[in-house]
Ligand binder design. Structure first.
Ligand code: ZN
Length: 348
């Protein structure tokens, strides 16, 4: 009886917090959540459940990535919860958008300077930047599709200060810093290197961010080129180009590099990966893990480059098992083309 009363209080508070967050009210849900931390644990049944639901829950992963659920609010109407990932010298804030897109805030831990990747929902970006007291200076656009670049102009209008807008395609709105392969720039003290990965679109850019120039694993923002367990459709390119992107450029990054992709497609992609390699155990394990994460609307990003090499069929086109599935050709580019064709009509 008491437990159910607490649960209904929890639900009501959650609804209020969510509404407050999106109404743009002056009260700050993050501070409110933090203040809950100071409340001594009550003996009433159900109170623990409230704490678990609202307070920060640091999770230490084997690879020492710290996922911090600092702002588990706003999940009504959002496909995933908001999460922060701590890496060497940087903090990545995962911001869900639209039906299954991800935007990301990359924050230099020392200077608090930040860049945003694909800000299709600028209001949430601005709200987070203000709430976290960040200095937003750059926009990193992966490609021109509306669900990635469609918020650039609105962000500039709402932000009212100057922003450098990076991208590799003239079709990107508000673009003022056009980049190509191997171009570099900084976000505070962080180093950014551009990787040109044409195929999904001709001007697609992936951004590799490290704490120190030329070294360290860091993070790579792969847009619609590399997804967890899959890759983007070949709208404007060829199997050769996707092979170059996935198996030459992205595969050359250190295995521990964290991969932040443009969509939450992991379960669908992994279902296809299992279809291609039914005996690959890491695929099955990742599916179980991802199901668990999605049951509570937790994002499945990031993975790592090393993990993608172990389960992503499109990065495994050299493997005999994958080649056999794709018809037996031993040419990895032919295998790439056949896999993509099959995936285009695959029903998970
Ligand atoms: Zn796209």
């Amino acid at each position: 009886m008491l437990a159910s009363a607490w649960r209904s209080v929890a639900t009501s508070v959650e609804t209020q917090l969510t509404a407050t967050y999106f109404r743009g009210s002056s009260s700050n849900p993050t501070l409110l959540l933090r203040s809950w931390r100071t409340i001594p644990r009550a003996d009433a049944p159900g109170f623990g459940a409230i704490r678990r639901r609202f307070l920060a829950v640091p999770v230490i992963c084997p690879s020492l990535v710290k996922l911090q659920k600092l702002r588990k609010v706003g999940f009504r109407g959002m496909h995933s919860t908001l999460e922060d990932v701590q890496l060497e010298g940087m903090e990545i804030k995962i911001l869900p958008a639209l039906q299954d897109n991800y935007m990301y805030l990359i924050v230099d831990t020392k200077t608090r300077e930040a860049a945003v990747v694909d800000p299709v929902e600028p209001e949430l970006v601005i709200k987070t930047v203000q709430e976290q007291q960040l200095t937003l200076s750059k926009v990193l656009t992966t490609h021109h599709h509306w669900d990635h670049a469609g918020g650039n102009e609105k962000l500039l209008k709402l932000w009212e200060k100057e922003l450098d807008v990076y991208g590799g395609d003239d079709r990107i709105g508000a673009l003022n810093k056009k980049v190509q392969q191997d171009d570099t720039f900084t976000i505070g003290g962080l180093h950014v290197k551009c990787l040109s990965t044409p195929c999904h679109t001709t001007g697609h850019i992936c951004y590799h961010i490290t704490a120190q120039q030329g070294s360290g694993e860091g993070a790579v923002f792969t847009g619609d080129t590399l997804f967890q367990g899959g890759c983007g459709r070949f709208f404007e390119g060829t199997p050769e180009e996707m092979y170059e992107a996935l198996c030459t450029k992205l595969s050359a990054l250190p295995d521990a590099t964290k991969v932040f992709c443009g969509h939450e497609y992991t379960l669908q992609n992994m279902s296809f990966a299992r279809h291609v390699e039914p005996d690959n155990e890491v695929i099955q394990q990742r599916i179980e893990w991802a199901k668990h994460r999605r049951a509570s609307q937790d994002p499945t990003v990031p993975s790592t480059i090393g993990e993608e090499k172990s389960w992503n069929p499109f990065m495994r086109v050299h493997e005999a098992t994958v080649q056999k599935h794709a018809g037996g050709a031993t040419d990895p580019v032919v295998t790439m083309g056949k896999l993509r064709k099959e995936k285009d009509t695959f029903k998970a």
